[in-house]
Design a binder for this molecule. Structure first.
Ligand SMILES: [Zn+2]
Ligand SMILES: [Zn+2]
Length: 225
């Protein structure tokens, strides 16, 4: 077998999970299964696996943001959190620093100006708190902000990330960020990482089935012509 480090886009690979800087204590389990994690991606140091085989299964999705995570750079100011942005007309998502304001009454309030589509903004917020495939809670709530209009263009980054399988695509730009707190008033924004990216791609991929089923249901009850 070829040495994986010889390839330009090779998987970063390390056997020492204990030196991972960015990982939450809650992320002691493999990102791909419920085994204990013992390996960390040596490029981003932001996701853990139980084995090389689990890392390989994740690699086609992981490689889309692994290097960008490692090269994002320093937090520009304390009132920003690391988030994932899917611009509507780019083929790849990107890591961004999402600015926010602290508000005692309403919790942290994200400032979307630089990331939203002018016409609709992020009018639709959805929350992902659990990995249904692995049957476990995520370390923080993932908030998915999107426009809510069929007039927006399909989101090319989500199409590419879910490998183009979504028959009914997400539309407009989409942002994903992390939040902790029991209610909206107490919510605190938190950085998300490559493990969260993995979970959100899974959620996008499952979501398409829901939409597709609804669409099929609609079509079967409203035949064309
Ligand atoms: Zn595993
Ligand atoms: Zn990585």
């Amino acid at each position: 077998m070829a040495d994986i480090h010889d390839q330009a886009d090779a998987m970063g690979y390390s056997t020492d999970a204990s030196t991972s800087g960015d990982l939450n204590q809650a992320e002691k389990l493999c990102a791909m299964c419920n085994e204990a994690a013992s390996k960390v991606c040596s490029k981003c140091r932001s996701i853990q696996y139980c084995s090389k085989s689990c890392q390989k299964v994740d690699w086609p999705v992981h490689k889309l943001l692994c290097k960008k995570f490692a090269t994002l750079g320093e937090r520009p100011n304390p009132l920003t959190k690391r988030a994932i942005w899917f611009p509507v007309s780019k083929d790849e998502p990107q890591w961004v620093w999402l600015p926010y304001v602290e508000n005692e009454d309403d919790g942290d309030i994200p400032m979307f100006e630089a990331f939203r589509d002018k016409e609709t903004g992020f009018s639709h917020m959805q929350f992902v708190e659990r990995c249904k495939i692995l049957q476990r809670d995520l370390k923080c709530k993932l908030v998915v902000g999107s426009g809510d209009s069929m007039h927006l263009l399909p989101n090319r980054g989500i199409l590419a990330t879910t490998q183009g399988l979504a028959p009914i695509p997400w539309r407009g730009s989409v942002i994903v960020y992390g939040e902790l707190g029991a209610s909206e008033d107490t919510s605190k924004l938190v950085d998300i990482n490559m493990t969260d990216f993995k979970h959100i791609v899974e959620w996008f991929s499952a979501y398409k089935h829901t939409i597709c089923l609804l669409e099929l249901f609609y079509m079967s009850n409203n035949p064309p012509g």
